[in-house]
Write a new protein. Structure first.
Length: 480
């Protein structure tokens, strides 16, 4: 064999070996490199937002008056006259209904006649005693009304004192913030004149803060006196009611004793009771308000001993219940957001007015049935008896960059990340892993910190087995 033929055969084998090596390398590389596609299927998504975040406790309830009075009556007496219906506005002293007192009056007359005596001169004394009784009734009404007014005045003064004090606290806090700002301005002043001007302003603000702080300390010590005044007014009310009742009872006893001198004690007591029962057959409203519950109809017996409820509609609240797991997170004065079907999608601002820190019974499983919370508001569109939903704001963060909470994943070291979805073609998106720091947690959105995310970016929600560079199809959220 010639040298040229032998050389040609060697070259052929070398070329064949190179081709085989290239094929093997291609196979190895293709197995090492993951194709830029993800498992098939459609992925849910959310949007990166810049918005306010809040934590809520929700409750549902109904609109009610701050004060309500249940009207009771003997359920064995038929309603002969009913002057109101549910939803009617009434004034204090209005006759709400009249019960059938026929049987009581007959019993009273029979007992009275059987125990009567010749009156003669005693009739004159009886007339005087009767007038004294009417005067005692008027005096009682006037005294109680005045005592109630004293309570209302004490409450108004107390509330005003607390409002004034809180306003000064806010002003004091504002001045201190201004002090910090001016101090920073003084420190960072570019020239001596600017520094002196800032320093003068700083000293002036400090003097204002010190003066206001002294006022606050003085006023704070006085707040308890306003609380004591309300307590004293309530105690005075109780004393006045007791004294007025005693005076009225004394006048009534005098009339009874004078009129039925020869009647034994048992008969006297029976006549007094009958007289009171007859008087109570004419039922009047004890307050101004609206009839919010009615358990009676004309010509029939009442459905229960509570025949109706009158609610004061001059100051309304939403009354509802929250669970025992939430009640300790709620404090008086917290901001609330109130919604109701009557006002469509609008929101009314409110505040927690009162928290009843005792349970209202138990459920079948032994757990608490809830704790009553009252939320005050000022909006004439909500009426007594309407249903409302309330969000009690536990915490708030303004202007937070945030993502849906279910878009946040954690690696084996508990570091947080999200999958950012960048649009490619059609409905396809390319995934990119973005490390983040999670912050304030709202009801659905969570605050994040990241230099690689901005408002409007798309992230996938839920947990999927994906990797950087995967191409996926997204089911876009409504805001996208």
């Amino acid at each position: 064999m010639s040298k040229s033929k032998k050389k040609g055969k060697i070259i052929k084998w070398i070329i064949l070996a190179v081709v085989l090596l290239l094929i093997i390398a291609g196979i190895v590389i293709s197995r090492m490199v993951k194709p830029a596609s993800a498992p098939t299927g459609t992925y849910t998504s959310g949007t990166v937002k810049l918005q306010d975040l809040s934590k809520y406790v929700t409750m549902s309830g109904s609109v009610d008056g701050k004060s309500s009075v249940s009207i009771t009556a003997d359920p064995t007496l038929k309603v002969t006259t009913l002057n109101v219906k549910k939803g009617d506005q009434v004034k204090k002293g209005d006759v709400l209904c009249i019960l059938d007192s026929t049987s009581l009056q007959e019993e009273f007359n029979s007992l009275s006649e059987s125990s009567s005596k010749t009156q003669g001169a005693a009739n004159y004394s009886h007339g005087i005693n009767q007038r004294n009784l009417e005067k005692a009734k008027r005096d009682r009404t006037n005294a109680i009304n005045q005592a109630q007014q004293d309570i209302n005045d004490a409450i108004a003064k107390r509330d005003q004192a607390y409002n004034d004090y809180n306003a000064k606290v806010q002003r004091y806090n504002d001045i201190n913030q201004e002090i910090d700002r001016v101090y920073a301005e003084m420190v960072e002043a570019s020239d001596e004149e600017a520094a002196k001007t800032a320093e003068a302003k700083w000293e002036e603000l400090k003097a204002q803060a010190a003066s206001l702080n002294a006022e606050l300390n003085s006023e704070h010590s006085m707040l308890s006196s306003y609380d004591d005044a309300v307590t004293s007014a309530n105690r005075a009310y109780d004393t006045i009611v007791k004294n007025a009742d005693d005076a009225l009872q004394l006048a009534q006893d005098t009339v009874d004793q004078e009129q039925y001198e020869v009647v034994d004690d048992a008969t006297t007591e029976k006549l007094k009771k009958l007289s009171q029962q007859i008087e109570e057959c004419t039922i009047v409203s004890p307050i101004d308000g609206i009839i919010t519950e009615l358990n009676a109809s004309e010509g029939t017996l009442p459905l229960s001993s509570i025949i109706m409820t009158v609610s004061d509609d001059s100051s309304l609240i939403v009354r509802g219940k929250v669970s025992e797991s939430d009640i300790l997170n709620i404090i008086k004065g917290m901001d609330c957001e109130i919604t109701a079907s009557a006002i469509d999608k609008e929101t009314i601002k409110g505040k927690v007015e009162r928290i009843e820190m005792s349970s209202n019974g138990k459920e079948a499983d032994g757990t608490s049935s809830g704790y009553a919370v009252e939320v005050s508001f000022n909006d004439e569109r909500l009426l007594l008896g309407m249903n409302a939903n309330v969000k009690i704001v536990l915490d708030h963060k303004s202007g937070a960059l945030c993502v849906p909470y279910d878009s946040i994943q954690k690696d084996e070291n508990d570091n947080c990340y999200v999958w950012k979805a960048e649009k490619t073609a059609g409905n396809n998106y390319k995934l990119k892993k973005i490390d983040i720091k999670a912050g304030f947690e709202g009801d659905y959105y969570t605050e994040i910190t990241s230099e690689e995310l901005k408002e409007g970016d798309t992230v996938i929600t839920g947990t999927y087995n994906v990797s950087d560079g995967d191409i996926v199809a997204l089911e876009l959220s409504e805001e996208e």
